[in-house]
Design a binder for this molecule. Structure first.
Ligand SMILES: [Zn+2]
Length: 238
């Protein structure tokens, strides 16, 4: 048996373990992203409720100022009417006062509507704040559990990386370079067992001329001619 075969298989096994741990880290990240999405919706709602409340307050305050100005003007017109002796001018002033009273009544009812709107917006804002707080509280246990899994996984990942590095360090330098290059370019495994003289990664038949070497060493390091996988005989290591 080729001395590098067990070493290579060991590196591949450790890469497989590392990939499984990385997969778990991705799963955790996805679970956290799902939680984030749920909260994000609440935050957007809250921001919209805040803007709506500020806007409603601004409209009501503006209306209040206009109303104050018009009340003052109305009172002045009434005073002038009381003091006016000329009947023709007084008649005109009376018409102005009555028109002013109608406008004022309309403005007052507008102001009441706006004040009610402010109250409604404030209620909606409180509700949005409470909903977000409730959603955050509801997520707290799940987030704590995720953080615990993260911590645990980080330790396992460190150990797995160190173990992988140690296993790879035992490889011949050129073999390691070849293995790492294959690892970066291949989606599937790098070492694949031969079966019925066929590469089990791409199902290409190994040429008769190379079978002898494969049988003798248990491995074809220069790999499958079609897909580049390093081919080995499973029985050689069994
Ligand atoms: Zn192949």
């Amino acid at each position: 048996m080729h001395p590098d075969l067990p070493k290579l298989l060991d590196v591949q096994k450790k890469d497989r373990e590392l990939a499984a741990l990385t997969g778990r880290a991705q799963a955790i990240a996805e679970e956290r992203a799902t939680l984030d999405v749920a909260l994000e919706r609440g935050r957007i709602e809250l921001a919209a409720a805040e803007r709506a409340e500020i806007e409603a307050t601004r409209r009501r305050d503006e209306a209040e100022q206009t109303l104050e100005t018009q009340r003052t003007q109305h009172e002045r017109r009434q005073q002038r009417l009381e003091q006016e002796r000329n009947p023709r001018v007084a008649a005109q002033l009376l018409a102005d006062v009555e028109l002013g009273r109608n406008i004022l009544a309309q403005e007052e009812s507008d102001w009441i509507r706006m004040a009610d709107d402010v109250t409604a917006r404030a209620v909606a804002l409180t509700a949005a704040t409470e909903r977000l707080a409730a959603a955050e509280a509801e997520q707290a246990p799940a987030r704590t559990a995720l953080a615990d899994r993260d911590t645990e996984l980080a330790v396992q990942l460190d150990a797995a990386r160190a173990a992988r590095e140690a296993a790879a360090a035992r490889l011949d330098r050129l073999l390691r370079i070849r293995y790492d290059r294959l690892r970066n370019s291949r989606k599937t495994e790098i070492l694949v067992p031969v079966q019925n003289a066929t590469c089990t990664a791409c199902y290409t038949v190994i040429p008769r001329s190379r079978i002898g070497k494969l049988q003798a060493e248990g491995i074809l390091i220069d790999g499958c001619e079609m897909c580049g996988a390093i081919i080995y005989v499973a029985e050689a290591v069994a």
